[in-house]
Design a protein around this ligand. Structure first.
Ligand code: SAM
Length: 291
């Protein structure tokens, strides 16, 4: 497992939500309003979302307000602890949890109300490196993912694109660009080593890392999808110091594993980065719809 902690995902959630590209979000909303105006307007026709690598459910919390009144989410992750954390966090985030007629909470599926939206959620433990075709064979209105596609390999993306039938909305895929202020002499060396670490195997074969979105774009364009890309950088300042420090520590740990940067330089870089005033980390958001 790549081992993402729920603490790290919670720390990054506000920056993730802030960074999402609003133009592309509107494109996605308008696409569904135009092509399926009745979708999600009654409890008999909920809009169905499938979230790959859901972690603790951040993608649902970000998107629910921008989707129709009736929603069903299938949250998929291979880490059972993150799925448990997702259920707990969604429960505390909701305005209320819906009980069934006998007054009992519905067992495996979570049903919640939030800001007037009725949202049911299924939690599925699945290793997506192996079983993506099975997942994509299930009907969904929108396939979505956040901060997931830089983990997968080019070959896996080809498999994924071959089986994809629904619209795809994937956000916050790392694009390889970083800018820290004030600058440090080791920035370029550290970034190159970080990229080398990014392209190691995260369970799907050697990762596409910052190249993932371009591979998805070319694969889906070949299959007659209409693909749009927009930038969604994290822009972090002093108010995000906890996140910047955790990010710098995580990057330094990854870089240390590559043995590409002398320890003395890496330690100096980390010490400076823990005092950083500003940091920008580039991401892509992508919306693809079948022609
Ligand atoms: C960077 S986290 C993003 C989590 C969440 N989407 C978010 O935005 O907070 C990547 C997620 O992918 C999941 N993941 C990694 N490899 C996986 C695999 N082979 N099958 C299913 N999930 C996987 C991790 O457990 C983690 O939750």
């Amino acid at each position: 497992m790549t081992g993402f902690s729920s603490q790290w995902l919670t720390l990054r959630e506000p920056a993730d939500h802030r960074a999402r590209n609003q133009t592309l979000l509107k494109e996605m909303q308008q696409y569904f309003e135009r092509t399926q105006p009745g979708l999600g307007q009654s409890q008999h026709t909920p809009m169905r979302m499938t979230d790959l690598g859901c972690g603790t459910g951040s993608n649902l919390r970000a998107l629910a307000q921008d989707l129709p009144a009736y929603q069903h989410w299938t949250l998929i992750d291979y880490d059972p602890l993150l799925l448990d954390a997702a259920r707990a966090l969604l429960t505390s985030w909701s305005d209320s949890v819906v009980e069934n007629r006998s007054g009992e909470l519905v067992d495996s599926e979570l049903r919640i109300l939030k800001n007037g939206k009725q949202i049911s959620v299924s939690f599925v433990q699945e290793d997506l490196s192996k079983n993506i075709e099975r997942v994509l064979a299930q009907h969904t209105d929108l396939l979505t993912a956040a901060a997931f596609f830089d983990l997968v390999s080019p070959d896996w993306i080809v498999r994924f694109c071959q089986s994809l039938k629904s619209p795809l909305y994937t956000v916050l895929t790392y694009d390889g660009t970083e800018k820290w202020l004030p600058p440090h002499a080791a920035d370029q060396l550290v970034l190159a080593a970080f990229h080398a670490h990014q392209s190691t195997d995260k369970g799907f074969g050697l990762s596409a890392g910052p190249g993932a979105v371009q591979i998805i774009q070319s694969q889906l364009t070949t299959r007659s999808f209409n693909v749009q890309l927009e930038k969604s950088p994290w822009i972090l300042d002093i108010a995000d110091q906890g996140l910047m420090q955790a990010l710098a520590t995580g990057s330094a740990n990854a870089v240390a594993e590559t043995n590409r940067v002398p320890t003395i330089d890496l330690n100096a870089w980390l010490a400076a980065r823990k005092q950083a005033e500003h940091c920008e980390i580039g991401h892509w958001d992508l919306f693809a719809r079948p022609a």
